[in-house]
Design a protein around this ligand. Structure first.
Ligand SMILES: *Cc1c(COP(=O)(O)O)cnc(C)c1O
Length: 527
């Protein structure tokens, strides 16, 4: 052992040794890790970010061709000599950050109405810088003491809204809502089939094949989880919808009975709070009642809409949440912190360690002590894990909860105002009264023929996106494409929304002129 080490230290390349001369083109180790290098780069970043945040122009997305961007990026890579010169390094960093910022969706601009990640509370971004420098991977208490303690504090804060029994719930952070959905379903599966973890599907000796029943509009991570967990996509029962994106309560019992007849053993139900397309909220209290009588695990995917609990006038949409066995909530959606920050709650803390029923003696202690009791690794998939809770907790600690409550209310109110505006316009069709901050609609001018409706919406969305001022999304509703806006930014006002509608009208007009031109050409050719 000792001898091997000696040999290695002889063979170690010279540049790793302390007294060695670096190659002519190599920057020295001490320079890379120096304080001056750090402060200089922070200054560069600070300058760029300040400029970025100060930019209040209306803009969405400027899409660059990947090959062009690749060339630009490649040009910025180290090629030797010039990089020992700190001035040129600074310039290079500046150019890299410029390129990074310029090619992003401007999430804090009022033109950004397209996706569910938000313009971030700047302080949360500052915390992420600190997270990266102090590097405390937080699956284990000893590596991330404060993050692991804070998870409990934050869980308690948020449980004020959920209402789980005060000493019996548990929360674990995961890298995203998709992983949290999978983790919760894994816990549910292992609870119903205790041998599944070690024996695989051989452990299933009951009357039916393992199955889950879901809101038909549920996020794709649910069926993906079914694939991963050995349930199989074919065993995902899509519960009938009430036409508004919610599970039709009256049809749940019949659907479950039919599933049983078909040889399925539904062990978990996934309800939406809310759905990705329209942000519709399932009736959780009614579903909880059904699940309890049938011994079905109720999982609520509240990645986006869980935050509506912070809005006094809308918290009723999650009535019954305290009866859910598990509940996913993304901080990086409507709690306005950067990706990522996801929390998975369990009603019963005993279920937290069910998902990963594995023993790994080198990390998991058989006998917990007061430190290891705070390890989260048993309950989350990750081994090395970002200290996911920190960006949310620091903002919560410093600004208080009221700022989050106000922002959620503001964004949902904005969607209602937009809905009301559209309802009064003859050339627009509004699809639903929004329950949250997502609104779907279609532009339907007089000149539009019925068979063109879907393609026309798609064209509007793509042209608007390409124009770069407003970034909106599209969604398929009842088989027909619709436009979709997501209000994630409190700087958006009705003036901006009116501007968007004006832009849609103009784009439609241009399309019409182009169509007319084409048919005139055809007519001319024909004559
Ligand atoms: C965003 C979202 C997810 C996925 O969460 P990620 O954090 O993006 O992995 C799942 N379900 C719903 C309803 C969502 O809105």
């Amino acid at each position: 052992m000792y001898a091997t080490n000696t040999v290695n230290s002889h063979q170690r390349p010279a540049f790793e040794g302390t007294g060695a001369t670096p190659g002519v083109h190599d920057i020295s180790m001490s320079e890379v890790f120096s304080l001056s290098e750090f402060t200089q780069s922070v200054e560069v970043a600070l300058g760029q970010l300040t400029e970025y945040l100060a930019d209040d122009s209306i803009r969405g997305l400027a899409l660059t061709e990947p090959k062009v961007l690749m060339t630009q990026a490649k040009r910025l890579m180290t090629d030797g000599i010039e990089d020992t010169d700190p001035v040129s390094r600074e310039q290079k960093l500046k150019a890299i950050l410029e390129l990074y910022i310029k090619t992003g969706i401007q999430v804090h601009s009022p033109g950004y109405m397209g996706r569910q990640f938000s313009g971030v509370i700047p302080l949360a971004g500052v915390v992420d810088l600190v997270n990266s420098i102090v590097n405390q991977p937080s699956s284990f208490y000893e590596a991330g003491q404060l993050p692991n303690v804070v998870e409990r504090l934050m869980a308690k804060e948020l449980n004020q809204y959920i209402g789980y029994e005060h000493d019996n719930y548990a929360m674990v952070t995961t890298s995203g809502g998709s992983l949290a959905n999978m983790t919760a379903l894994l816990a549910a599966r292992n609870k119903r089939y205790p041998g599944f973890w070690s024996q695989g599907s051989y452990a299933v000796d009951g009357p039916g094949r393992p199955a889950i029943a879901v809101n038909g509009e549920s996020h794709y991570s649910i069926t993906r989880a079914a694939g991963i967990l050995g349930i199989g996509e074919m065993q995902v029962v899509r519960l009938p919808s009430d036409g508004q994106g919610r599970i039709d309560i009256a049809q749940v019992e019949p659907a479950l009975a039919k599933a049983r007849e078909d040889g399925l053993d539904v062990f978990a139900m996934v309800a939406a709070a809310g759905t990705t397309s329209m942000c519709a909220f399932d009736k959780l209290d009614a579903l909880a009642e059904i699940c309890q009588t049938r011994d079905i695990w109720l999982h609520v995917d509240g990645a986006h809409g869980g935050s509506l609990m912070l809005d006094e006038s809308r918290k009723d949409k999650l009535k019954g949440i305290e009866q859910a066995d598990s509940f996913v909530w993304d901080g990086h959606k409507m709690l306005f912190v950067p990706a990522m920050c996801t929390m998975l709650f369990y009603k019963d803390k005993a279920n937290k360690n069910l998902a990963f029923s594995q023993n790994a003696s080198y990390v998991f202690e058989k006998q917990e002590d007061m430190y290891t009791e705070f390890d989260s690794a048993q309950g989350n998939f990750e081994c090395t894990k970002r200290p996911l809770i920190m960006n949310l907790w620091v903002c919560w600690a410093i600004y208080g909860k009221a700022i989050f409550e106000r922002k959620v209310t503001r964004l949902c109110d904005l969607a209602v105002s937009a809905y009301e505006m559209l309802s009064n316009l003859d050339d627009f069709e509004v699809i639903h009264r929004p329950e949250a901050n997502i609104l779907c609609f279609r532009y339907m001018p007089d000149y539009l023929a019925k068979h063109d409706i879907a393609d026309f919406q798609l064209m509007l969305r793509n042209e608007t996106k390409a124009a770069g001022r407003f970034f909106i999304s599209k969604v398929n509703i009842d088989g027909v494409t619709a436009l979709r806006v997501v209000f994630m930014n409190h700087e958006i006002t009705m003036t901006h929304f009116r501007m968007l509608l004006q832009e849609l009208r103009q784009t439609g007009q241009q399309w019409l002129e182009y169509q007319n031109l084409q048919s005139n050409k055809v007519a001319l050719l024909g004559s």
